[in-house]
Ligand binder design. Structure first.
Ligand code: 5GP
Length: 185
């Protein structure tokens, strides 16, 4: 039997990365896809662990060769999910988890209708505003652009199968793992 693909998505600033890090720390058996990106590594990011860092040509070659399950542009860089490792996991009857933004989640929905789409939601709009502003070192205009995009992304919640509210990272991670239980074999 094929395993099931789960996609975690949600607006910028909601804490997808922190929830995935908590899942990884507490449940090493959960397999999380490593994306390719043209974004340069941030301090502390390990190639092959957090991302596969590639240049524009490398990314374009993978996309043209059909090696990406989905891909999208985000804040000036390209991000995509390598198809091979995900297919291998699912063919072996195991779960696979992707942490991607909304456009990618929609492509996965179209390519794999059996995938489960999970939306990570902020506890409230003012809380998301607070988190985004706190994380943004840019000027006020950049914050307001990110907030406008977050508002659009929040409006897509109905396209998802499940909603997890990120009120506390550890609790949200536990809820995500509980959802994955029936796909882990
Ligand atoms: P960051 O640069 O902060 O690591 O990621 C920026 C955004 O890209 C986040 O919303 C993250 O979820 C998303 N992202 C990371 N990897 C992928 C991917 O493979 N595909 C898509 N569509 N989005 C991704």
């Amino acid at each position: 039997m094929r395993g099931r693909l789960t996609v975690l998505s949600g607006p910028s600033g909601v804490g997808k990365g922190s929830v995935i890090a908590a899942v990884r720390a507490r449940h090493p058996e959960v397999w999380v896809s490593v994306s390719v990106t043209t974004r340069p590594p941030r301090p502390g990011e390990v190639p092959g662990v957090h991302y596969h860092f590639v240049d524009e040509q490398g990314f374009a070659r993978m996309a043209a060769a059909g090696e990406l399950l989905e891909w999208a542009s985000y804040a000036g860089f390209s991000y995509g999910t390598p198809r091979g490792p995900v297919e291998e996991r699912l063919a072996a009857g195991r779960q696979a988890l992707l942490e991607i933004e909304l456009q990618g989640a929609r492509q996965v929905r179209a390519a794999m209708p059996s995938a489960r789409l999970v939306f990570l939601s902020p506890p409230s709009w003012p809380e998301l505003e607070r988190r985004l502003a706190g994380r943004c070192t840019e000027d006020g205009e950049a914050v307001s652009r990110r907030l406008a995009r977050a508002r659009l992304e929040l409006a897509a919640v109905d396209e998802f199968d499940e909603v997890i509210v990120n009120d506390e990272i550890e609790k949200a991670a536990d809820r995500l793992v509980a959802l994955l239980q029936d796909t882990v074999r």
